[in-house]
Design a protein around this ligand. Structure first.
Ligand SMILES: C[S@@+](CC[C@H](N)C(=O)[O-])C[C@H]1O[C@@H](n2cnc3c(N)ncnc32)[C@H](O)[C@@H]1O
Length: 426
């Protein structure tokens, strides 16, 4: 049987809500202006072929996945879904020895049971395979060779091959054994913050500094951008095991070789720190695994005391947020001892979030005039807590949490702000 040729299709790249336009810009930049890219709700459609799908998997920092559409049509019940899925030549995609998994999402679907819908699509795949080859593939919910995504709108079903497999925020550098740190951002969200700030690691973008770095995601993402390191170079993708992509193995090897050759020294410095030694140590190890240890300068320090690491730059952080707050940092302790983090409570500045933010703003007004600060927070009243007026407010969802990415232009504070801020040397 001759291999299935993957003609141009409308690939779909889901992303975090609020980041669609940023992802569309990224796709246009990665693929060139001639390629059709259209931002939609929850993702971006890109006209492309197998090479485009491979390229986006390797290089996109904002997409959650790269989905290849197989079939699309109206449905009213599970039988319609079975019939739709039966129309796909599954034996062109996998062998019976390979495995599959189907993930179903729905928006106002009339169906009673999504599980049953999933089951019927699985039956269709297995029936087609058995008829074509005499055997059927099995299910692997953990690491399937063929991950399928079924999306149900109120009237239409679309079935995709998820060419990524594991979600693209998994860059391959986090150590599963070592834990995750305190509420780490997804890499895709950190990349979206940097993109929203129009920070691309060029000399004109200036230094980047995350003073509450936790596991280091923002700094590591920034350093990889600054060093031209493709986000997908350290991992594998589902398409590598799929039959139609075998004919593109040369393209894939060439793409990876080109990506490795494109790495370079950073044009800007990147700084990070955390009040917890445990976190700076952890972030340092993460940076090592991500290949950017030399591009980031880490320091265990209290953000309420730390002086600017350089004259000007961009501050970027997602500060701790939570209901219960502990007191450490400048007031409550030496701020550099290892802490046992309890979830959602590590606000280290003494006195809770309001005091933390007012002291942070006072410190910034005193020492960080000329810097631009970007803060991701679910707290819509953050500017009031900081007593700063934001110059931008970008809606971004952190999973199910609605957030804003606030931009503040830091200018020298008033005499009153300075008088209230304790004088601290480095
Ligand atoms: C929400 S986490 C940041 C997560 C990080 N963006 C990541 O992806 O891993 C907030 C971090 O702020 C740190 N932190 C709390 N108070 C601090 C302070 N006063 N100075 C510096 N870091 C602080 C905590 O130790 C925690 O690691």
């Amino acid at each position: 049987m001759s291999p299935l040729t993957l003609d141009r299709v409308a690939l779909f790249l889901p992303c975090a809500a609020g980041t669609e336009a940023l992802l569309a810009d990224e796709c246009a930049r990665l693929l060139g202006s001639g390629v059709g890219v259209q931002a939609g709700r929850g993702g971006v459609a890109v006209h492309g072929d197998a090479v485009t799908a491979m390229h986006l998997n390797l290089h996109s920092r904002l997409a959650q996945r790269v989905l290849w559409p197989l079939t699309h049509g109206p449905y009213a019940n599970e039988h319609d879904l079975y019939a739709l899925a039966r129309g796909v030549p599954w034996a062109d995609w996998i062998t019976p020895q390979q495995t599959l998994r189907i993930d179903t999402t729905a928006q106002r679907s009339p169906l009673q049971s999504l599980n049953f819908a999933t089951l019927r699509v699985k039956d269709a795949v297995c029936d087609v395979m058995r008829e074509a080859t005499g055997a059927r593939p099995s299910i692997d919910t953990h690491r399937p060779d063929l991950p399928l995504a079924l999306h149900l709108s109120p009237t239409h079903a679309t079935l995709y091959v998820d060419t990524s497999g594991q979600a693209l925020f998994k860059r391959g550098w986090r150590d599963a054994q070592a834990g995750k740190g305190e509420a780490p951002l997804k890499e895709t969200l950190a990349a979206a913050m940097l993109a929203a700030a129009d920070w691309h690691g060029r000399a004109q973008d200036g230094a980047l500094f995350d003073p509450c770095c936790g596991a280091g995601t923002i700094a590591i993402e920034a350093a990889q951008i600054a060093c031209g390191i493709a986000p997908g170079l350290q991992r594998h993708f589902a398409f590598e095991k799929l039959l139609p992509f075998r004919t593109h193995q040369h393209d894939w090897q060439r793409m990876k070789t080109q990506a490795r050759a494109a790495q370079h020294a950073p044009a800007v410095p990147i700084y990070a720190g955390d009040v917890s030694f445990r976190m700076t140590d952890f972030a340092t190890q993460n940076a090592g695994r991500a290949g950017v240890r030399g591009a980031i300068e880490y320091k265990t320090a209290d953000a309420l005391q730390r002086l600017p690491p350089c004259a000007r730059g961009v501050l970027m952080m997602n500060p701790p947020y939570g209901e219960r707050m502990t007191a450490k940092g400048a007031r409550g302790g030496d701020g550099i001892q290892a802490q046992s983090h309890q979830s959602r409570e590590a606000f280290d500045g003494g006195g809770g979030p309001t005091e933390f933010f007012s002291r942070l703003a006072a410190h910034w007004k005193r020492h960080y005039a000329g810097w631009t600060a970007w803060i991701l927070s679910p707290d819509m009243k953050l500017p009031q807590a900081l007593r700063l007026k934001e110059s931008r407010r970008v809606p971004i969802w952190n999973g199910p949490i609605e957030c804003r990415l606030f931009r503040f232009e830091l200018v020298a504070g008033s005499a009153r702000d300075s008088a209230n801020t304790p004088s601290i040397s480095a």
